[in-house]
Design a protein around this ligand. Structure first.
Ligand code: GLU
Length: 590
């Protein structure tokens, strides 16, 4: 590798890329897949599909302390569940086949397995005089940083006087080779860096803004910047679509690309096409983040503390089994620990907002509703339907066909949970009954085993009927246990809501309705739901009552409460004997 002729090369326009088009999603496996990450993956996938290219997954696990194989696997499973399947990347074996099995041979796809490559490229960069070992300890750097803060200046690492751009730092290299603790820093260009962003337009970074940032850490692992640049080049990535919070990193990546040369072909590194996607905000204008769970749990705790002065960090710690210090730190917003947030939320019986794909799975969202909703976070197809309305409902095949970068917006996208819920309810309604039943059983097996057991215990015909009846009443699969509860409890164990009983059953009219219904029931065909509804109508008309005055006592008797599927369906699910037993038991308590 010959040293560059100019020590601080100027920004070149983006080098055009040869085919094939390759996009990538590069998660750090430090937890579950955030919906924001899923949006990034979806856009990368859709763009590759629309362009006939390849979509790649790379696991960025160089932060050894925070990364885990378990979370890498979880992320891959969430992506597969969403239907965002990769051409290149780690292999994941699923019932649908081995995803990633046909990858291009540019792996390994886990960065921690690529250290040898990074070290080769790093040495080449040092030998070209574009990087150098630096020996300051973390404490020494901290002193410099604090001095900058005190002087109200941005800290910039001062390049040592002996480092000459373009000249191999032989002495420093020998010290490093001899084992002296060090980091390796990049000789940053002093010229302006321009990122020609496909979404934001040209973004300019002023000369001298970049300091000599670290490319290899003391532990021998590359920094994110270095690994990403080496991998994007060696893995043939042509298009980088990522969240706008990474824009700040991009000039460093471009500067590295301009300083680096491939060891196999001698070609200069190419600069991929970049597009930085809009941020995702909550409806209240705050940035959507993992901390939203802590915020919601803290609010519930604080509300409770205000209402009940006997409650404090100590009593809450005792009730939740958490350490008092952890609870205090959490209440004072010094910690946003998710486990604490979940324990506090459980204690106060409040639900936490779903943030990760896994949360949405657990709540019973359907993947097709999530991907449809995520696709609209910063993108729109720009089409009208027959009624002249914006096309908003579409599937993955539509997205794969119509996705384009030029319809990605610049403005932050809003995560409208009400809209997502309505997309989900519609997606559930659109499922054929048999598919709904199968999805619900799969969901319950994973997230609500007690409910799964109840479903399994029902005779098949009863289950089929019950699930067909509840389908239109479930906005999420997670609604199903509640909507099904009336059918899962034995006639003897059904509890009648006392308030509803007082209002609608413990009256002369209420008791009379139930008696009449008990008499009529044996003559009504339970497999014909319309017969029950017709009886309610006729009985109301005959007695000069409103439909509700007849339906409500019957509903309470059959289901224990005032909200249920239509009565005909309820009787169809329960059968005549059980319906009658419930009405009689209710009457006995009236
Ligand atoms: N590993 C980075 C992250 O999870 C990926 C950044 C990138 O796409 O370059 O945020």
């Amino acid at each position: 590798m010959s040293p560059p002729t100019s020590p601080t090369p100027h920004t070149a326009p983006n080098t055009p890329h040869p085919a094939p088009l390759v996009t990538r999603f590069a998660p750090s496996p430090t937890g579950h897949l955030h919906v924001g990450g899923a949006r990034t993956a979806l856009f990368c996938w859709a763009f590759a599909q629309a362009q006939g290219g390849r979509f790649m997954i790379r696991i960025e696990d160089t932060d050894q302390a925070r990364s885990s194989d378990e979370s890498a696997r979880g992320i891959l499973e969430d992506l597969a569940w969403l239907g965002i399947l990769w051409n290149d990347g780690p292999t994941l074996t699923t019932p649908l086949g081995a995803i990633g099995a046909q990858s291009r041979p540019v792996g390994p796809y886990f960065q921690a397995q690529r250290l040898g490559l990074y070290n080769q490229y790093l040495e080449a960069l040092v030998r070209a005089g574009r990087a150098y070992p630096a020996f300051e300890s973390a404490q020494e750097i901290d002193v410099l940083r604090q001095a900058a803060v005190a002087a109200k200046k941005t800290f910039r690492y001062p390049r040592p006087a002996d480092v000459v751009p373009g000249v191999f730092p032989a002495q420093r290299w020998s010290r490093a080779q001899a084992g002296e603790p060090h980091v390796v820093r990049f000789v940053a260009p002093s010229a302006e860096v321009v990122v020609n962003d496909q979404i934001l337009g040209p973004v300019r970074f002023a000369p001298g803004e970049m300091d000599d940032f670290v490319v290899r850490k003391t532990d021998g692992f590359p920094t994110y910047h270095f690994a990403v640049v080496v991998d994007d080049e060696l893995m043939g990535v042509t298009h980088v679509l990522r969240a706008q919070e990474h824009l700040i990193n991009t000039p460093r990546h471009v500067a590295l690309q301009q300083a680096m040369t491939r060891l196999d072909t001698g070609a200069r590194f190419a600069t991929p096409v970049y597009g930085h996607m809009p941020l995702i905000f909550n409806m209240d204008g705050t940035k959507m983040s993992k901390r939203d769970k802590a915020k919601a749990a803290r609010k519930a705790a604080k509300d409770a503390l205000t209402k009940n002065p006997a409650l404090n960090a100590g009593t809450l710690a005792a009730a939740t089994g958490l350490a008092e210090t952890a609870v205090s730190a959490f209440l004072n917003a010094e910690s946003d620990d998710v486990n604490t947030a979940e324990a506090v939320a459980r204690h106060f019986k409040v639900g936490l907002p779903e943030i990760e794909v896994y949360d949405f799975r657990a709540s019973g969202y359907l993947p097709e509703a999530i991907t449809n909703f995520l696709a609209l976070l910063g993108w729109s197809p720009g089409m009208k339907d027959a009624a002249g309305k914006d096309v908003e409902k579409f599937d993955m095949a539509f997205l794969a066909k119509h996705f384009s970068i030029d319809r990605i917006g610049k403005k932050p996208a809003q995560f409208d949970r009400t809209k997502l819920l309505s997309f989900n309810a519609d997606a559930i309604k659109a499922l054929p009954d048999a598919v709904f039943a199968q999805r619900l059983v799969t969901w319950a097996a994973e997230f609500n085993p007690a409910f799964a057991a109840q479903l399994a215990a029902l005779p098949e015909a009863a289950r089929t009927r019950l699930l067909a009846v509840i389908k239109p009443r479930c906005r999420t699969l997670g609604d199903a246990p509640g909507v099904c509860a009336f059918a899962m409890v034995s006639d003897q164990a059904l509890a009648f809501d006392p308030t509803a009983m007082d209002k609608a059953v413990r009256t002369d009219a209420g008791r009379a309705v139930l008696r009449a219904f008990a008499t009529a029931l044996p003559g009504l065909n339970p497999t014909e739901p319309a017969a029950v509804d017709a009886w309610v109508k006729a009985h109301a008309e005959a007695g000069g009552m409103k439909m509700g005055e007849v339906a409500q006592p019957v509903r309470i008797a059959l289901t224990g409460g005032t909200v249920s599927p239509p009565l005909g369906d309820v009787v169809a699910v329960l059968g005549t004997a059980s319906s009658l037993a419930r009405v009689e038991r209710c009457l006995a308590q009236a």
